[in-house]
Design a protein around this ligand. Structure first.
Ligand SMILES: *Cc1c(COP(=O)(O)O)cnc(C)c1O
Length: 386
């Protein structure tokens, strides 16, 4: 049998080599400490799990769900956007629940990209933006995110010929992997750029609720004109520790939401209704869990940033997201440095090159590491740096 070219063209899995080494070390009895996984370690709040248990017993939830989600859920999402960002959305035309936001992020390329079309994608970035584009037959123009520009793309540097060919633009703030944040001024520049070149904007925003020091991230949809040009992807995974339940949403431009719904209704049969009930419980229930989780992450962030700075690594303390992005010491590539730490002290972190060529020179460490493992990791890093 012959695999399709789109499978052969998939980039090599960055972590394959490191996973192999980790397995090898573990087999030798080495105790590995991993800062690599961006997946909340704290359990889903119990009132949210209770909503699932109750909904699971109701036969109405045993049947096929609707592709566009429960009307109740769409309404609750619209209400949350209103309360949190002061944006009013039409729950029937501007809100679409997703089987985790990754699902919609991957599929929306099918709505805008024909073979040969171009998508503007940040580098470094979450790999699904470029893979979704490639699956749809398109190509990516990578917008570098550099430290000098606070990890925002330089829209002015995008050549006119590229902007004219582009159909879609991907941005993501608070950002994975750099931990950078964006303000309304940046989002308004994106809107003007998109209007000028007739580009659909996708803002991936799973970290708006994971923020520190009192900082409150903004929504792309708060920018003037944003709803005319774009959608925002959001998720329950990071805000409510619900990554295992697979539920998120796209909100914003009605034409984009409708196109995504049409693709999805031909591919999936919606989100299990009992899980939609969890999402309703998460948005409607007590919100203290968010501040509690953020206090845990903030303390971990402070410990980690301090330890990395003491090792002499260039590091900024992130105002939001679950990641610390640090420069590797001179003389190493990001893969060499990650391999060295694994070999020397059994500490795993993610080489920046895995998120794109402009991730080279950096490593990403996740704050979703349980406290005891964090402390053990910090002890080892301090010993290595000494
Ligand atoms: C975690 C993450 C997602 C995926 O979230 P799900 O809703 O769990 O699919 C999307 N984008 C970025 C940048 C992420 O870090």
């Amino acid at each position: 049998m012959q695999l399709a070219k789109r499978i052969e063209k998939l980039p090599p899995y960055l972590f394959a080599e490191i996973s192999r080494k980790m397995a090898e070390k573990r087999a030798q009895g080495v105790d590995i400490v991993s800062f690599a996984i961006g997946d909340p370690d704290i359990p889903t709040p119990s009132h949210v799990v209770d909503a699932l248990c109750q909904a699971a017993r109701e036969p109405v939830n045993h049947r096929y769900p609707e592709s566009d989600g429960l009307p109740d859920l769409r309404r609750v999402i619209a209400r949350w956007y209103e309360q949190r960002f002061d944006i009013s959305l039409d729950p029937d035309r501007e809100v679409l629940p997703l089987i985790g936001s990754k699902e919609g992020i991957g599929h929306i390329a099918l709505c805008f990209i024909d073979p040969g079309d171009l998508a503007l994608v940040s580098d470094p970035g979450y790999p699904v933006y470029s893979v979704g584009t490639m699956f749809a037959g398109g190509e990516c123009y990578f917008m570098p995110l550099t430290e000098e520009n606070d990890f925002l793309p330089d829209l002015e540097a995008i050549p006119e010929t590229v902007a004219r060919r582009a159909k879609l633009m991907w941005i993501n703030y608070p950002n994975n992997p750099t931990g950078a944040v964006a303000d309304l001024d940046f989002f308004e520049r994106v809107v003007r750029f998109a209007q000028k070149h007739d580009i659909a904007v996708c803002h991936d925003a799973p970290y708006t609720e994971v923020a520190f020091d009192g900082y409150r991230p903004v929504s792309f949809l708060q920018a003037a004109g944003a709803r005319e040009v774009g959608v925002e992807f959001h998720s329950f995974s990071k805000s409510y520790n619900m990554s295992g339940w697979r539920i998120g949403m796209a909100v914003g431009n009605a034409k984009m939401v409708d196109a995504l719904m049409r693709v999805k209704s031909n591919l999936d049969s919606g989100i299990p209704q009992a899980i939609q009930r969890m999402a309703i419980a998460a948005f409607e229930g007590p919100q203290d869990c968010i501040a509690e989780h953020n206090a845990v992450y903030q303390r971990r962030r402070d410990r980690l940033v301090e330890a990395l700075a003491r090792m002499g690594l260039g590091v900024r303390s992130p105002k939001a997201s679950l990641y610390v992005w640090a420069r590797v010491p001179d003389g190493y590539t990001s893969i060499e440095f990650a391999t060295r730490l694994l070999d020397d002290i059994g500490v795993v972190l993610t080489p920046g090159i895995g998120y794109g060529p402009h991730g080279e020179g950096y490593i990403r460490l996740s704050l979703t590491i349980p406290d005891e493992q964090l402390e053990e990791g910090l002890r080892r890093l301090a010993g290595w740096g000494a």
